[in-house]
Design a binder for this molecule. Structure first.
Ligand SMILES: O=C(O)CCC(=O)C(=O)O
Ligand SMILES: [Fe+2]
Length: 404
């Protein structure tokens, strides 16, 4: 349902096994699987029922509609694995419509139910109730009531976030902006003279750069393998506590440098590229993150925004910068979206994204609000190296200008 909302997928397509974005009359194929795996009537019923049980009729109705339509089409062909039937789907859909204020649909579905099970007293009572309600004129108008998407306060940032996720990271006019260019990074360290890294400047305020082929396929695989046994549901800092939250769905693990020499090599490379000190306690251990289908991280800051944040326990200040490596590709979705920057970066396997979280004054940079878009198809892996303020005094000198 999250994927449906963020990528504007239509239920009919999903049930046939295709991923289509439907916006007005425009239909875009987001992904064409090599083989179509369609959902059964019962599958659609089960999805609809999850929403129905939460009182979320906005999502329940299209899934139950699909279930009803598929059950109707295969009436009489009973499948052993089916838990539900046409009657179950009609019953739930009728009630969902009633709850959503559409009494006439509730009535016609309940009447259809009675064709199959004429002895059902509860449905017969509902039919009488719906007929009576419809006879009262006040209910006529409610039939057209629009059902609003539940559980989400309407936020401008949400609209921007979802729109940025939908572009899947493509930046159609990027090449027209001269300050956003590509170069070989060779200047900050002798190491880079021998092995230059391709840098793509993605954005200036906030400054975001993408370093292509920062790791090799085998390094990326090694890091994923090292983390795999330690993965646990990700948490976020909330006041002084660490909590599991709906807005961050992924698994993660922390890898200390002593675990494997590849992690030491990686630190040296990050230090060469950023010019920053990444030795403990000036940077955190490497955090490896794995997102499954529907996994996401809604808009957030990486730096602490409250003085009681657990981030300060390292006693090395706030998170001055983020260095995030894409350890896998993703078939569809999973872009990294910068909400106020109004751009998103696609998942580019083996590339690394760098940005400053703080101004030179030490103030958090509000423009860095960013998110990991939900994974639609595939399996996304990233690794975060968070670099702290202390230790960087001569590497990124401070400035009294709040803009710097
Ligand atoms: O997965 C992403 O693209 C972003 C991850 C992120 O922002 C984080 O882990 O703090
Ligand atoms: Fe982040």
């Amino acid at each position: 349902m999250r994927l449906q909302d963020v990528y504007m997928l239509n239920v009919k397509g999903l049930a046939r096994g295709v991923f289509q974005r439907v916006s007005g009359s425009a239909v875009t194929d987001l992904y064409s699987p090599r083989r179509l795996f369609s959902l059964t009537a019962d599958d659609c019923f089960q999805v609809g029922k999850v929403a129905y049980d939460m009182g979320d009729y906005y999502h329940a109705i299209p899934w139950l509609e699909e279930a009803v339509s598929l059950f109707r089409g295969s009436y009489g062909e009973w499948k052993t694995e089916d838990e539900a039937s046409l009657e179950d789907a009609l019953d739930h859909l009728a009630f969902a419509y009633f709850q959503a204020g559409n009494v006439s649909s509730a009535l016609s579905l309940s009447r259809e139910f009675l064709l199959y099970s004429p002895d059902n007293k509860r449905i017969a009572r509902n039919v009488l109730k719906y007929e009576r309600l419809l006879a009262e004129s006040s209910y006529q108008a409610a039939a057209e009531a629009v059902i609003l998407r539940p559980n989400v306060p309407h936020l401008q940032t949400r609209d921007t976030y979802e729109a940025l996720c939908q572009t899947l990271g493509s930046q159609p006019i990027h090449y027209q902006i001269p300050s956003l260019y590509c170069s070989y990074e060779t200047s900050s360290s002798p190491y880079l003279l021998l092995q230059p890294i391709r840098k793509e400047i993605i954005h200036l305020q906030p400054f975001v750069a993408l370093y292509h082929d920062f790791v090799s396929d085998s390094e990326a695989q090694k890091i994923r393998e090292l983390a795999e046994p330690w993965l646990q549901r990700s948490v976020v800092a909330s006041g002084e506590k660490q909590l599991q939250v709906e807005y961050r769905i992924s698994k993660s693990a922390w890898l200390k440098d002593t675990v494997d020499p590849v992690l030491v090599t990686l630190d040296h490379r990050i230090a060469a590229l950023t010019g920053l000190d990444v030795q403990p306690p000036y940077a955190e251990y490497l955090q490896v993150v794995n997102y499954g289908i529907g996994g996401h991280y809604e808009p957030h800051f990486d730096h602490a925004t409250s003085p009681s944040s657990p981030l300060y326990r390292m006693k090395s200040g706030n998170r001055i910068a983020t260095f995030m490596i894409y350890l896998s590709s993703v078939e569809v979705g999973g872009a990294t979206a910068f909400i106020y920057g109004n751009f998103s970066v696609p998942v580019v396997k083996n590339a690394a994204l760098f940005w400053w979280n703080l101004h030179r004054s030490g103030e958090g940079d509000g423009d860095t609000l960013h998110a990991g878009c939900p994974v639609l198809v595939g399996d996304k892996w990233v690794a975060n190296k968070w670099i702290h303020e202390y230790g960087q005094e001569f590497r990124r000198p401070c400035s009294p200008n709040p803009e710097d």
